[in-house]
Ligand binder design. Structure first.
Ligand code: ADP
Ligand code: ZN
Ligand code: ZN
Length: 747
């Protein structure tokens, strides 16, 4: 074919992001070639035929032509929206995310939409209105002669005019009657959009009875001074310093201007306590995006935010994708928390995206924490964020002192040293509450044979099975596999099976035996599957009666337990010797957060940390220094080792049916990486391929290749060149790979 005949298509082309694993857009024609260009805008959803399926996609670009020939282009089936489905700033943030995370655009955009909007649901809240069909009225008498109830409804509608079904039912009619009249062609239903009316800005906040202290006032003034522009504030305030109070007063100013607030909290922080605190303070509608919502409820909530009727949107990481008609302020509570990072599919950091969003919306954002991430501290150091410090607890409560308890070669009872037990006794007798923090779940991590040393392992994973007491059984925490407890050792038939290590359930039962006069409440993922149960336990704690509270990380977040005066950290060592470069940062954050639960009211608190390595430099620094100083020390170490935030990481993960297959695949990529770095002069280091720390999970072998550069642009250039090459490779059967930019969990 002569070159000139291969004409490319000239004319309006919609370039559409379609949910598919491909890192590209797809070209479609408008529904009719004569459609005016003004009908189409980036951000609108369209229904298209994709292969043999009908899928909803989003227009990302509108072009003047295609590299495809006319006969290969199909028109869209239908335009689903008259307006873009994402508010402007949100859409700009999403475009940034597609580029930054190098993730397939269709998957990014569908992750950002509530499930119902990934299908054809309407963005607007539609309400149904019933009215009499004027043309049919003449026939009504004849048609309804023998149907008195239908006649009554028909007359009622004629009298009352167009009516909502709720009012019709309230007047004593049924929906069945409506349908019967509709079938006779006597009435019709209209779908109307509800006008969005914002809250009353004159009266949207209940007065706070709290007068702020100087640190709070200073922080609030700086946040409030940011009028109509992007600014990021790192609010570093010790636990109980009154950060939430500052958030709420800053939000009040924004709400009074008629603008909306988006509040992101960690997964475990979205408790009824948190929500009721916001609902009590504000009179405007508060939309709460928790995991218990049905798809329909989530859509309703999203619509309220999109229409601008909700003043406050509060939710966990995915709430960062909520469309807002009039955004005014973003707040991220506990910004260091790992749950802001999505760990599969589109692996975004909600904290990082929120900062980008605030920039794109031109509004303020407050990142709050008692233990900020090193990334945010570094940004504050560089002057990118305004650093607001609140080093004192509000009111009279002093910071609880921390003390190390050496448990090396000590007789332990249920994991506790004598020192810890005596302290617990003392605090409980004084009528106070005690919190025991344990960084594990399950009854006892490992089942082992005292005769031959056999331990129970999962045969899907290179991981030991955890013994659970209720119901009795062995669980794999990595693939979810469950087995019954063996009566004898499968290796030597000995019956001397024993458990090593202590889990929360075991500690719970031993504590029950020892402290018979106070309730022992265990709060971990297992015991709090139901929100109701969790609430009941929290209520009991809030009653202030003496009790022993036993829990995992769940307790190290945003809860307020004023009655607690003693915190015991059962084992600090697991965080000390972590393979992950963030291990010590995480440990310091957890211990500091847990310690912050003690003595929040006017009672002095005390924190005991048990360790077999009390001389360890990190532990010593942690108890001697404040988190603020300790984190400086960690930051200096990161600089020396050129790790984040002083360098940028990307992790290419691979899962395959055999260890060899995965490693070979990654080896090929490592070679390509070398070539590309040479060819384009890119300074990017490559580590691996290596087996992942968790080598086998759910029957698959996991391996990884990590890339690091001190120049983010160079890392991204490399990835942008590498990904098309990987996508063009023929994958071995059963092999899956994924890219994780700024990974937080190296496992
Ligand atoms: P944080 O979010 O930093 O942990 P909160 O805002 O939850 O702190 O405040 C902890 C407790 O102190 C809350 O009960 C809060 O009502 C109270 N509080 C906050 N600020 C003040 C203040 N200026 N004066 C008195 N009490 C305060
Ligand atoms: Zn397993
Ligand atoms: Zn044995």
């Amino acid at each position: 074919m002569p070159e000139s005949d291969r004409t490319l298509y000239q004319g309006m082309i919609l370039r559409i992001a379609i949910p598919s694993p491909l890192r590209r857009l797809f070209d479609y024609l408008p529904k009719a070639v004569s459609d005016p260009a003004t009908d189409y805008q980036p951000g609108q959803r369209v229904l298209v035929s994709f292969g043999r399926r009908k899928l909803a996609g989003v227009i990302l670009e509108i072009a003047n032509g295609s590299e495809l020939q006319a006969d290969r282009l199909k028109p869209i089936d239908r335009l689903l929206d008259t307006e873009p489905v994402f508010s402007e700033g949100l859409f700009r943030m999403l475009r940034w995310a597609i580029n930054y995370y190098q993730h397939p655009p269709g998957e990014v955009l569908s992750t950002a939409l509530p499930v119902k909007l990934r299908q054809a649901a309407s963005v607007q809240q539609l309400i149904e209105i019933w009215q009499v069909d004027r043309t049919a009225s003449a026939e009504a008498d004849a048609l309804l002669q023998r149907a008195p109830r239908q006649k009554a409804l028909f007359d009622w509608l004629q009298q009352h005019g167009p009516s909502a079904p709720d009012n019709i039912v309230a007047a004593g009619f049924t929906r069945a009657l409506l349908r019967q009249l509709q079938e006779k062609g006597l009435i019709q239903a209209l779908q109307l959009t509800l006008p969005s009316k914002p809250w009353n800005t004159e009266d949207c906040v209940r007065q706070s009875e709290i007068s702020l202290n100087d640190h709070q006032l200073d922080a609030l003034e700086k946040i409030n001074a940011n009028d109509q522009g992007f600014s990021c504030f790192l609010l570093e305030g010790v636990t109980g310093s009154g950060k939430t109070e500052v958030y709420m007063q800053a939000m009040a100013q924004v709400l009074k201007q008629g603008r909306q607030c988006l509040v992101l909290v960690p997964e475990i922080g979205l408790t009824p306590q948190t929500i009721s605190r916001f609902e009590k303070r504000f009179k405007c509608p508060v939309v709460n995006l928790h995991s218990g919502l049905s798809d329909t409820e989530r859509l309703q909530a999203w619509r309220q935010a999109h229409a601008g009727t909700a003043g406050i949107v509060i939710g966990t990481r995915s709430a960062v994708f909520t469309s807002l008609a009039r955004p005014g302020l973003i707040v991220i509570d506990e910004e260091h928390d790992a749950s802001f990072k999505q760990q599969d599919g589109f692996r975004y950091s909600a904290r990082d995206l929120a900062v980008v969003r605030a920039r794109e919306e031109g509004i303020g954002i407050v990142l709050g924490s008692a233990t900020p991430s090193l990334e945010s501290l570094y940004n504050a150091d560089r002057g990118r964020y305004q650093h607001l410090l609140m080093p004192q607890r509000s009111g009279s409560a002093a910071t609880a002192p921390m003390r190390l308890v050496d448990i090396e070669n000590q007789p332990l009872e249920a994991g506790f040293s004598e020192t810890a037990l005596l302290a617990m006794n003392k605090h409980l007798r004084a009528g106070n509450q005690v919190l025991v923090f344990i960084n594990r779940r399950g009854y006892a991590p490992v089942l082992h044979c005292q005769q031959c040393g056999w331990t129970a392992e999962c045969n899907n994973c290179v991981a030991q099975l955890t013994v659970h007491a209720q119901p009795p059984g062995l669980h794999c925490h990595h693939c979810g596999k469950q087995e019954s407890l063996p009566r004898a050792c499968p290796n030597c038939a000995s019956r001397q099976l024993d458990t090593m290590g202590l889990g929360t359930q075991q500690i719970e039962s031993r504590l029950r035996e020892r402290f018979t006069t106070v309730p022992v409440l265990r709060i971990d993922r297992d015991s709090t599957r139901s929100r109701k149960k969790l609430k009941a336990m929290l209520d009991q704690v809030n009653s202030g009666e003496p009790c022993l509270l036993l829990g995992t990380q769940m307790l190290a977040k945003g809860h307020h337990f004023p009655g607690i005066t003693l915190v015991v950290v059962v084992d600090a060592d697991s965080g000390l010797f972590s393979a992950d470069f963030r291990g010590q940062e995480l440990m310091a954050q957890t211990v500091t957060q847990v310690a912050g639960r003690a003595g929040r009211s006017d009672q002095a608190g005390e924190v005991l940390i048990q360790s077999r390595h009390c001389g360890h430099q990190t532990l010593q620094s942690l108890i001697q220094l404040s988190y603020a100083d300790f984190s400086r020390q960690l930051l200096a170490e990161r600089k020396l080792t050129a790790m984040p935030p002083f360098a940028w990481l990307a992790l290419l993960r691979c899962e395959a049916r055999s260890a060899e297959t995965g490693l070979q695949f990654l080896q090929q990529i490592a070679l390509q990486q070398q070539q590309l770095c040479q060819q384009f002069g890119l300074q990017v280091d490559c580590l691996g391929p290596l087996p992942a720390p968790m080598e086998k999970r759910a029957g698959r072998f996991r391996s990884q290749l990590s890339f690091k550069s001190e120049q983010r642009a160079q890392l991204h250039e490399l990835l942008a060149r590498l990904l098309p090459a990987i996508e063009a490779m023929k994958l071995p059967a059963g092999l899956r790979w994924s890219l994780d930019i700024d990974p937080v969990d190296m496992i």
